[in-house]
Design a protein around this ligand. Structure first.
Ligand code: XMP
Length: 507
């Protein structure tokens, strides 16, 4: 049955991933040609429908960089001072750029010794700098060959390569396609590894490095294509909370300052992340952010009903997170007795999303690529926590136990995470000493599992495989072609490997 008939027939049963299987369709699609492209708003496109969860043991800048390099997006958590979160967003946006706008420049009046001090103070990882004159116009290029202690006393103006020796191009010849133009330039100018981009008045507009172009070319050979913004920067999201004043009312100034700083660093989406998104505080926050930042992609949640989706859509959210209690570290259903099994939650949410023309994201409870295929028959993307928490790029120290390596993975509603700051996500106050915090999540560990790209590549292949079986060339087609069957526990047993001694999980 298609989704409407199936879920109507099952209206007395709330179902999750393992309760159903998808029926095959005639296909002329080769799985490897199935497109995994999706969008979370008119402005935010991804090449892989997978987001990493805004949890403090899952997504900081390294995870976000590698999620975007694989085509998805990381949402950096907010259990840290907000300025730290903003600087993590900056680190993602400046990771490998086609054209690096506003590069760091050196004023011409400095000495090499001053440049060395600056490098140490700011921890710059590079030593080649464009030099600008007192009016801010490009004056030359200071090469790493001369940025050395032994030349400390030299004036920058005497050590730099002067403008007539520097390779610079006018922005109007570059901006339409910086990667291709720079690629051609570096092939034709042997031994040159920096191309400066200037405007017609001689002001520096950007810099392109040969090493970045080579890495971008290597990426384009890979199956997982990076998710980039229109300036070729990697995409990234950041979680925000409904910040409140001591009297309980929303702190509009604090929210505007937080989001304003994220937007200044070109964040691609903010996620208003709470356990109960169908609530006045979340709605008011989304409305306020929408008014202040009309072009920003807003993700909000979490909800598990059509009315919850419609409410957040009316407040101005573009994409809504679905899931209450399905997560691997969640205890909301045990502690509060609340939550809807995930597939039914996605179906009802999808009805609200269709009505309002917004996107929905399946958040929590995914443990295999087959779950993702099922989730994507109803949603536009999925969020992973536990499946990524053991990756090398997840935050946190490695823990060795009996020769095996592990990483901590904890719910944002666990006591330790709430004490660090996430209590507001669960409608609690960490400063409230009159009440003990009530946990809605546990603290655990995940075995270290390799890199993000090693983890995501087979998952992407699994989604494409499902699309091949359903004859779906695109994710919207996957939604329209899905037909479901209810499976019994015997059917589930049959679905997993059985009656063999498993010696390898590969293949
Ligand atoms: P997975 O299954 O991917 O789930 O590990 C990650 C999602 O779980 C949610 N989350 C929580 N839910 N208590 C909850 O009930 C918690 O402490 C908690 N922490 C995270 C969140 O939506 C995340 O993306």
């Amino acid at each position: 049955l298609g989704s409407d008939d199936f879920f109507t027939a099952q209206r007395d049963n709330a179902l999750t991933y393992d309760d159903v299987s998808l029926a095959t369709n005639y296909t002329d699609i080769l799985p490897r040609n199935a497109s995994l492209a999706t969008s979370l708003s008119d402005r935010l496109m991804l090449n892989l429908p997978i987001l990493s969860s805004d949890m403090d043991t899952v997504t900081e800048y390294q995870m976000a960089i590698h999620m975007a390099l694989c085509g998805g997006m990381g949402i950096i958590h907010y259990n840290m001072p907000y300025r730290e979160q903003v600087s993590q967003v900056t680190r993602v946006k400046y990771h490998i750029n086609g054209l690096l706008p506003n590069p760091i420049t050196i004023p011409i009046h400095l000495k090499i010794g001053d440049v060395l001090k600056l490098i140490a103070e700011k921890s710059y990882k590079f030593r080649t700098f464009p030099v600008v004159d007192e009016n801010g116009r490009l004056a030359g290029l200071l090469s790493s060959r001369v940025v050395k202690e032994r030349y400390s006393a030299l004036e920058v103006k005497d050590a730099m390569e002067p403008l007539d020796h520097v390779h610079a191009m006018n922005e109007k010849d570059v901006l339409h396609d910086p990667i291709r133009v720079a690629d051609k330039f570096f092939s034709e100018n042997i031994g040159i590894n920096k191309l400066l981009v200037v405007n017609s008045d001689g002001f520096l507009k950007g810099i392109v490095s040969l090493s970045d172009i080579e890495r971008i070319n290597a990426e384009s050979q890979s199956v997982l294509k990076p998710a980039r913004d229109s300036n070729f920067r990697l995409v990234v999201g950041a979680a925000i909370s409904a910040i409140r004043k001591p009297d309980g009312s929303l702190d509009h100034d604090a929210i505007a300052e937080h989001v304003g700083n994220l937007v200044a660093e070109k964040v691609d989406a903010v996620a208003v992340s709470t356990a109960h998104g169908h609530s006045a505080g979340v709605g008011e926050t989304v409305k306020f952010v929408r008014e202040q930042f009309p072009d920003l992609t807003i993700i909000a949640g979490n909800v598990t009903s059509a009315s919850g989706v419609e409410y957040l859509a009316d407040c101005g959210a573009n994409a809504i997170k679905i899931g209450q209690g399905p997560g691997s570290i969640c205890t909301t259903r045990i502690v509060a007795g609340v939550g809807v099994p995930q597939l039914t939650a996605l179906y009802v949410a999808a009805q609200g999303a269709k009505k309002k023309g917004v996107k929905i994201i399946a958040d929590g409870g995914i443990t295999k690529s087959g779950d993702m295929v099922k989730a994507l028959t109803l949603s536009d993307a999925v969020i992973l926590g536990g499946m990524l928490a053991g990756c090398r790029e997840a935050p946190g120290e490695l823990i060795e136990i009996n020769g095996k390596l592990y990483k901590q993975y904890r719910g944002m509603g666990s006591i330790s995470a709430m004490e660090k700051g996430s209590a507001s996500r669960y409608g609690q106050d960490k400063k409230d000493t009159t009440r003990k915090l009530t946990a809605e999540g546990i603290e655990g560990m995940k075995e270290v599992q390799g890199t993000v790209s090693e983890t995501l590549a087979p998952l992407a292949g699994g989604i494409q495989s499902g699309m091949g079986y359903l004859g779906a060339a695109t994710l919207p087609e996957l939604k329209s072609k899905a037909r479901y069957v209810r499976i019994s526990s015997a059917g589930m047993k049959e679905s997993a490997p059985h009656d063999v001694i498993e010696i390898s999980k590969r293949g």
